[in-house]
Ligand binder design. Structure first.
Ligand SMILES: [Mg+2]
Length: 249
């Protein structure tokens, strides 16, 4: 069961060296990364925390963030499908996408409310993404069941709906990068806010798993162990402050 982050025993945070973090709804406030988040990240980086961005957004957007955000280095995009390292060719972490088949299924399951492709489609190779367009969780869940009948995986975030032939798994991608960085999974903390972050919260995978306050509204297959008191970027700051408090003591 998910408990308040304030109850997390400090020793659990002491060994954390890496944070794998979702971006939208997790680091953002009203859709933007706040100065508060950047300043807190700066302070945590000075104490040795490595941050890996893990987003459902496209490779194009993730690459820009990896290059320009202070202290960012690598980024995982498209819910674990692609790895972006500035000045290196993007790596596809999943099998090639069967685009035509996914388009057919999208059309078939949408019924009288067509799924609208995201504007970032030109920079996306791992999955097909569509605007959520205000669909409720129940509506998206119905789409997920319809997609599953066609053998297609459908997951969603606060902003997008994603179709793929492979099972999207942000957490599996994070495990691969942690290994390349020489960091044990138990030294990795994860944080997210939505259904597409469930791979980050899968039990026994990571040292500390956290959701922002928004997760209280969600029905999850894998819930995080801990939940911040604040939503979005303020919750992200809460986790990093807790980590920094432990490092300083
Ligand atoms: Mg999110």
């Amino acid at each position: 069961m998910t408990q308040p982050l304030a109850l997390l025993p400090p020793p659990h945070l002491a060994a954390i060296r890496m944070l794998a973090t979702d971006i939208d709804g997790t680091m953002t406030v009203d859709g933007r990364i706040s100065l508060d988040v950047l300043q807190t990240w700066h302070a945590a980086a000075a104490l040795g925390l490595r941050v890996l961005l893990v987003t459902g957004r496209s490779a194009g957007e993730a690459l820009g963030l990896a290059r320009y955000l202070p202290h960012a280095s690598w980024a995982i995009a498209e819910n674990g499908a692609r790895l972006l390292i500035p000045d290196h060719a993007p790596e596809l972490l999943v099998p090639p996408r069967p685009t035509e088949h996914l388009l057919d299924v999208a059309q078939q399951i949408a019924g009288d409310k067509p799924l609208r492709p995201t504007a970032d489609a030109f920079a996306r190779l791992g999955d097909l993404a569509f605007e959520r367009d205000g669909r409720t969780d129940a509506e998206v869940l119905a789409l997920q069941h319809a997609a599953a009948r066609e053998g297609v995986n459908l997951i969603w975030s606060s902003v997008h709906i994603h179709l793929s032939a492979h099972q999207p798994d942000k957490g599996a991608a994070v495990l691969r990068i942690a290994e390349r960085w020489g960091i044990a999974p138990q030294a990795v903390a994860t944080i997210g806010d939505s259904h597409n972050d469930e791979g980050l919260w899968q039990p026994q995978r990571f040292g500390v798993t956290v959701g922002t306050a928004e997760i209280a509204k969600l029905t999850l297959r894998h819930a995080p162990e801990w939940q911040t008191a604040a939503p979005g970027g303020a919750g992200w700051v809460e986790l990093l402050q807790a980590w920094m408090n432990v490092q300083k003591n």
